[in-house]
Design a protein. Sequence first.
Length: 247
Amino acid sequence: MIAGAAMTGQASDGVQQSASEKEIYELRVYHFKNGGQKSKVDQFYADSLIPAMNGYGVNVGAFDEYSLTEPPTAYYLLIYPSLAAYHRIRKDLWKNERFKEESDPFFRETAENGAFIRYETFLLEAFDAIPLLKMPAKDRSLFELRIYESNNEEAGQRKIGMFNDEELPLFDEVGLHSVFFGEIMAGPRMPALAYMLWFKDMDERNKNWKAFSGSPKWREMSGKPEYANTVSVVNKIFLVPSKNSQI
């Protein structure tokens, strides 16, 4: 596994993150024709992109699908300290001579014969209640990524308010271990929010979700009229950390 840079505070390029700033998450979902394509992209991240991002104070999570289906899909999460940093780093990366030199073989090889079909990007802003990503325990082996879609923006904002004001403390209480929660600002599914949880295994996941759904606190808050019709579609994706992951 690649050693991670500091998750918060002073970035290596000298930009100090304000305690009041919320992180920005860029979730990339890569689609491949076969495992050989995926191996090339994973190697590009390991050799070139992750070291370059670490130099900017950006850590990267790397995940494979729990089911290990074919053709494979890869998930990469880039963690930026702020929206301004996201914009600046994306521009500066292509002026970074070391990154260009180290990534040149990959780009030259794959310009003609692509290394992936295409990738989707979700750009998220962290919730007020969890402005910074929470690192999972070392014995984590399962991640659950959920994307909640809403029928309109107002409904989505009410669901975000529900998480910030009432739901997240219950998550902590029953062992739904938070990694990040974010409002999707741009992406293929909108309006929507996304969040990630970690577990030791699927048994722990099932046990703790059962405790959540059976909680009197959940039944009380979910019955409040201000939270009615906030979510129209729930997408659940189960992931495992890859060898490149810094989460």
